[in-house]
Design a protein around this ligand. Structure first.
Ligand SMILES: NC(=O)c1ccc[n+]([C@@H]2O[C@H](COP(=O)([O-])OP(=O)(O)OC[C@H]3O[C@@H](n4cnc5c(N)ncnc54)[C@H](OP(=O)(O)O)[C@@H]3O)[C@@H](O)[C@H]2O)c1
Length: 243
């Protein structure tokens, strides 16, 4: 088994995921770059390696059972275990998401990627995480999934546009995170949700105000929590995000 800490970041070919991979790599970790497109994955791995990161490509579509089990096999063969899983891959489904005119296919696709994809990937990697001395799981959520903030009329900056698919998918993901923490409470696995803030990436047509590197910071913090640290929580740089 490898002496280095081994991490897997889903959706690591661009945006916040790429910067999470870069940040974890800068700690001297070996980082699996999970990405569904071969060219985009190879380009990201090459760029990370050129920056001195011990990066390796992991073909991974979070919506595909065979792809996810192939990713788990690849990590098992390469490292024999996994220390940190960052479930970062996500989609919005576009922004025409008024509830009263919802396209049900969009709702299904967003939930399939942002929620079911996280469960699929987490469960496939759990046997390898259980072999780690200090396993950590980080789910990239969003403050748009906070029902408290969504209900706060004074808080328009964190609530985003009305969205029947994306925002509830992050609420669902937060709830899923809490359920994992409950089941795993007597293990050494810490699982938390993080919000990167409003980050300029493809996801929002680069309208965000933070850099992907700034957005990656919360994931890196949750990936490096000490033993006995918090689990089942929802955090941003400034501290806890209300549910
Ligand atoms: N940007 C923000 O302001 C913001 C705010 C709050 C939360 N977040 C969350 O942060 C995470 C990263 O977002 P981002 O802003 O960095 O977005 P992004 O630049 O659009 O990157 C999304 C990543 O997810 C990947 N992905 C999408 N569907 C996938 C699938 N089925 N299988 C594997 N990978 C898939 C994309 O791969 P492809 O290149 O192949 O599409 C890409 O690598 C998301 O979970 C997002 O919801 C972002």
């Amino acid at each position: 088994m490898s002496e280095k800490t081994i991490a897997l970041v889903t959706g690591a070919n661009k945006g916040i995921g790429y910067e999470i991979a870069a940040g974890l790599g800068a700690l001297g970790w070996s980082v699996g770059v999970g990405a569904r497109d071969d060219e985009r994955r190879d380009a990201a791995v090459a760029k990370l390696q050129a920056a001195g990161v011990d990066a390796f490509g992991v073909p991974l579509d979070v919506t595909d059972d065979a792809s996810v089990s192939g990713a788990a096999q690849l990590i098992e063969q390469r490292a024999g275990r996994l220390d940190v899983l960052v479930n970062n891959a996500g989609i919005t489904g576009g922004w025409a998401q008024q509830p009263t005119t919802a396209d049900l296919d969009v709702v299904r696709t967003v939930v399939e990627t942002n929620v079911i994809g996280v469960i699929r990937v987490t469960n496939a990697l759990l046997p390898l995480l259980r072999r780690s001395a200090s396993p950590r799981i980080v789910n990239m959520s969003s403050s748009v999934g906070s029902l408290t903030r969504q209900s706060d009329k004074e808080d328009p900056l964190t609530t985003g546009p009305v969205a029947v698919a994306y925002a509830p998918s992050k609420t669902f993901l937060n709830a899923v995170t809490v359920q994992y923490a409950r089941e795993l409470k007597d293990t050494n696995i810490l699982i938390n949700a993080g919000c990167p803030g409003f980050v300029a990436t493809d996801l929002n047509g680069f309208r965000g105000v933070r850099t992907p590197e700034q957005g990656a910071a919360i994931a890196i913090r949750l990936a490096t929590l000490p033993d006995g640290g918090p689990t089942g929580g929802f955090y941003e740089d400034a501290g806890q995000v209300p549910w």
